[in-house]
Design a protein around this ligand. Structure first.
Ligand code: GCW
Length: 653
């Protein structure tokens, strides 16, 4: 919905401009589908930006926009340049996909109001894999989805391809996303059957011009659940059994026959009840390598490190490191281990996962959650770029930041898409999809840049609007962390659905399902002792990093109660007792939501009424629920510690 540029900007653009493409490479009969998309996107985008000044193809007067890329396969080198030389804008690169990315980048720059004469951009993706992970079930339900039913219409595929699938590819390609795992990691085996491979092939064909590869979540026990061509169904899924290996080999061959550029398998194994190699006394590496051999150099096996089971009752946070780090060096070259940003589960704040940096012989990929399972679903506004930057920038203490550790592999984002008209459940949640793609392309981009880009392209490019809205976005995630889980508290959300507070829950079957397992509060104090006197999860970090978190008096207090159990009257770094500090942070979170409500209310002149109202209404829900979080949490802590509200605290709502 880019607003047209004003007259002065249009004049600078030298319109009507001409779109000129490099000649076809020798021997080529027709332009590649990717080049056709690049020109179509430029025509469409420029014409909507320049309203009454249509952009034309071919030669003639006016500024030329040249697409100067060989028409090669879509999965070529994605790096592109954009330069203005002698008045002409040239997009260049070594593959047609580079020109497509360049075309989107040019449109982005022009929508931001960049002077076309100053264009001088060199851009290349920092990571090879930039994937969305959809937790979409084949029946249309999206696990942890807050934007309606799944966008994938398995029922009507392969014959009917919804236009939404093309728009989806455009949106992804425009921010550099280059692959999609289309089904839930809690996978159904039948998605590997021929009838689904056919459907998947149709999607792959539709997305290929946009540089998007399809991937599938594979259920590890599939050989025991569905027929594998001639091999049929087996009694076991033991990864070392020759028949099982042959089953997967045949399955992989069948998929690659239909989809030559199939990306590969994503696997959740031996976690939350999913089957896996440990069911047969084998390791994660045995399981991953068996699939890796079946796929060969045609694709990648992405094996998730999110494992937890009732075995470790001392500290769930330690299990992944304990299971995976000893396997460093044992994984095949085409295996990537995908690690969540933190060791528990997508909380509003977690310290970075200690596996990053601890497996130098293994490619590790970062998994973040775009859908806001633990941050108020689609009704609370939380811009997640600052949260992802926090983990990407974290120094592992083992020779690099998390961004550096994952650079050879990539980044996966659990998608927030659904069939809602706005795609993501709320207008502002689109910003998180956008930010994910931008950061996977360039983890050095500042959150402010990303917020401004998105705001300008989505709502309004006027500085008066950006100057108020960007700061609101930038602080929004911290605000949520304050009213839900301040000072490093975690996992206090209600059981199952994870919406709203329930720190009092303590009677669920498995210890680590209970919020009380995480806060460990009683009449004396609160927090999880993960130091050497407690679970010693801190010992999984590099010594230099563990040191910075070992002393509550000097550490970053954002992680205080994540690592330490402290008395209610412990003096925090502000000099206040812990109880007062905690209440103050809850209050601050609530006050900040009040401010967001007012800020947005005042911006109605800059946003169309429909979307202005939709955002305003969500903010009112958030305002009420921030109070709910604050009041319920404080009342519960008071039931344990018997302390009065500190002086000056807000009154309960
Ligand atoms: O965040 C938790 C979710 C589960 C999810 C699991 C996982 C897909 O509550 O719904 O399952 O993590 O990441 O596998």
């Amino acid at each position: 919905r880019n607003a047209p540029l004003d007259a002065e900007q249009v004049e600078r653009l030298g319109l009507p401009a001409r779109l000129v493409r490099t000649a076809l490479v020798e021997g080529a009969q027709s332009p590649s589908p990717t080049m056709n998309v690049a020109t179509a996107e430029l025509m469409h985008g420029l014409n909507s930006l320049a309203a009454a000044h249509p952009v034309e193809r071919g030669s003639g007067p006016g500024r030329a926009i040249r697409l100067d890329c060989p028409e090669s396969r879509a999965d070529g080198d994605a790096a592109f340049t954009i330069r203005t030389v002698d008045g002409d804008i040239r997009i260049g690169g070594n593959s047609d996909l580079a020109c497509l990315y360049g075309a989107y980048a040019l449109l982005r720059e022009l929508s931001l109001g960049t002077d076309p004469d100053t264009l001088d951009i060199d851009s290349a993706p920092a990571m090879p894999l930039r994937l969305l992970n959809h937790w979409d079930n084949p029946d249309g339900h999206v696990e942890r989805g807050y934007a309606g039913r799944s966008i994938f219409d398995w029922w009507h595929l392969p014959e009917r391809l919804d236009q939404r699938m093309i728009d989806y590819a455009r949106a992804n390609a425009s921010v550099g996303i280059n692959g999609a795992v289309v089904n839930n990691v809690n996978a159904r085996a039948f998605m590997l059957e021929p009838r689904y491979i056919e459907k998947l092939a149709r999607l792959a064909d539709a997305w290929r011009p946009y540089g998007i590869r399809v991937y599938l979540s594979a259920r590890f026990s599939a050989p025991t659940e569905i027929d594998g061509g001639d091999i049929g169904r087996l009694e076991t899924a033991d990864p070392l059994d020759p028949q099982v290996r042959a089953w997967w080999q045949a399955k992989a061959d069948e998929i690659y026959a239909a989809i030559p550029d199939f990306g590969g398998f994503l696997v959740k194994a031996n976690s939350e009840g999913q089957p896996g190699p440990q069911d047969y006394g084998r390791t994660h590496a045995d399981g991953a390598n068996m699939l890796a051999q079946a796929i060969g150099d045609r694709g990648t096996v992405i094996w998730r490190a999110f494992v937890y089971s009732a075995q470790d009752e001392t500290d769930r946070a330690k299990q992944a490191y304990e299971e995976f780090v000893p396997l460093d060096g044992a994984f095949a070259d085409n295996v990537i281990v995908q690690v969540k940003n933190g060791a528990i589960d997508f909380q509003p704040r977690e310290p970075f996962h200690p596996m990053f940096g601890a497996m130098p012989q293994t490619r590790l990929m970062l998994e973040v959650q775009i859908t806001k399972e633990y941050l108020g679903f689609a009704s609370h506004l939380a811009f997640l770029a600052p949260m992802w930057r926090e983990v990407l920038d974290a120094d592992t203490g083992r020779g690099g930041s998390v961004a550096e550790v994952v650079a050879p592999a990539g980044m996966a984002g659990v998608a927030n898409t659904g069939s809602d008209r706005n795609w993501s459940g709320s207008d502002f949640d689109q910003a998180n999809w956008y930010a994910f793609g931008r950061l996977a392309w360039d983890p050095a981009l500042s959150s402010d840049t990303i917020a401004r880009e998105w705001l300008a392209q989505t709502f309004n490019r006027e500085e008066a609007f950006l100057a108020q809205t960007a700061p609101m976005m930038l602080s929004s995630r911290e605000t949520v962390a304050r009213y839900m889980t301040p000072l490093g508290l975690a996992h206090l959300m209600a059981t199952g659905h994870h919406y709203g507070p329930a720190p009092w829950v303590c009677d669920l079957d498995r210890p680590e399902w209970n919020p009380c397992y995480y806060h460990r509060a009683d009449s004396d104090g609160i927090g999880f002792d993960r130091t050497a006197t407690g679970s010693n999860a801190l010992g999984q970090y590099a010594p230099a990093i563990a040191d910075t978190w070992s002393d509550p008096a000097t550490m970053d207090e954002h992680y205080l109660l994540w690592f330490h159990h402290l008395d209610w009257d412990y003096r925090t770094q502000s000099g206040l007792p812990l109880w007062d500090e905690l209440v103050q942070r809850y209050d601050q979170g609530v006050t900040e939501v009040d401010t967001m409500v007012h800020t947005w209310d005042d911006l109605s002149a800059y946003v169309d009424p429909e979307r202005h109202r939709a955002v305003a209404e969500n903010l009112r829900i958030q305002q009420r629920e921030a109070n709910w979080w604050r009041d319920a949490s404080i009342a519960y802590w008071q039931s344990l510690n018997g302390l009065p509200l500190p002086q000056g605290a807000r009154a309960p709502s």
